[in-house]
Write a protein that binds this ligand. Structure first.
Ligand code: SF4
Length: 333
């Protein structure tokens, strides 16, 4: 008997998979990648904590990138957003629909998740759990071992593929029972409960809303949202200011053709700034004055900012003064 287990890296999904494995079911761990998840970097093949944990289940972790479908649903999720830009119900339906498609290919008879009844207001109350199960086409085949005793009996329980008596009745937001169970299983290497989804972060959500409003939602622009300070200059142009050397280097790595780079002159310490979109002469000066605001040049605030347009090598100069704080705030996202 085989089951697919959705693994986010958070403790609940790992415990759920482990409980089913303990009952002699072969568990195939699946991690769906979206561009808002801190786990994404591990797709490069680096053996992450998540891989190690999944390996402890006895099976290699299967990573499946659903970024483009996920971005599509962000513009207008059928079941709306949570308290930030997290469309949790649509997200779960998408992942579980994909899991259902994989069941045949991988020879699995049912799907396991770490959802806990009442843990999250939007997507884990009884009605939402039922809706997610129905809309993903997994009616009767979706087992939530951590709360199974509080939910309707599923086919795996009815058929005796798993013993319902050995499943649990966790509910609500407390983490204590999960921590106790993790200790019993000697599990240590797990992430925070939400698995690190940036869509639950208010600041990130504000930036994402701005992208959607300006019809600029795409993978490259989403990656930029994870770095720096963001300024909306016009409907067509924005500026991202690095906050430290690491971010400056990451911004450099994310530049693409037609982007602008703004930097202080060599003798002044200051950030790398990336401008994306249409920049008139006036806008170049505005971007330069924002870059200047973050440079370390108190003695002489007016300065020359160096800029160039990618992929041109030619550097140009612009004479600017730092933007006033009141004006700066009007551009901040
Ligand atoms: S928190 Fe993020 S990853 Fe988790 S269900 Fe919601 S949208 Fe999906």
């Amino acid at each position: 008997m085989k089951a697919l287990a959705l693994i986010s890296g958070g403790l609940d999904s790992l415990l759920a998979a482990r409980l089913i494995e303990e009952q002699g079911v072969r568990v195939i761990p699946i991690n769906f990648l979206i561009p808002f998840c801190h786990n994404k970097k591990a797709a490069s093949g680096v053996n992450s904590g998540l891989d190690r944990i999944a390996d402890s289940l006895g099976q290699g972790l299967k990573r499946i990138d659903i970024s483009s479908e996920f971005i599509g649903l962000l513009e207008k999720p059928r079941y709306g957003f949570g308290s930030n830009m997290n469309p949790c119900i649509d997200c779960k339906i998408l992942m579980l629909t994909k899991a259902k498609e994989l069941m045949g290919e991988l020879g699995a008879s049912f799907v396991v998740t770490g959802e806990v009844l009442g843990q999250r207001p939007m997507s884990q109350h009884k009605q939402a759990l039922g809706l997610i199960e129905k809309k993903s086409g997994l009616e009767g085949l979706l087992l939530r071992p951590l709360s199974a005793k509080l939910l309707l009996e599923t086919l795996p329980e009815k058929e005796g593929w798993v013993n319902r008596e050995k499943l649990l009745n966790f509910s609500g937001r407390t983490r204590r029972p999960q921590i106790e169970l993790a200790n019993k299983f000697k599990m240590k290497d797990y992430q925070n409960p939400a698995g690190g989804c940036l869509l639950t972060d208010p600041q990130f959500s504000r930036r994402l809303k701005d992208l959607i409003r300006h019809r600029q939602l795409g993978l490259e622009n989403i990656e930029l949202l994870k770095l720096g300070r963001h300024f909306r200059l016009t409907d067509q142009a924005k500026l991202v200011v690095g906050r430290d050397e690491k971010e400056d280097n990451e911004l450099l790595a994310l530049t693409k053709d037609k982007d602008y780079l703004f930097m202080p002159p060599l003798e002044v310490a200051g950030p790398t700034c990336l401008g994306r979109g249409e920049f008139s002469r006036e806008l170049l000066e505005l971007a330069g004055s924002i870059a200047c605001r973050y440079c370390d040049s108190k003695a002489n605030p007016a300065m020359t900012i160096v800029y160039k347009r990618i992929p041109e090598q030619q550097e140009r100069m612009i004479e600017v003064r730092p933007i006033e704080e009141d004006k700066l705030r009007t551009f901040r996202i």
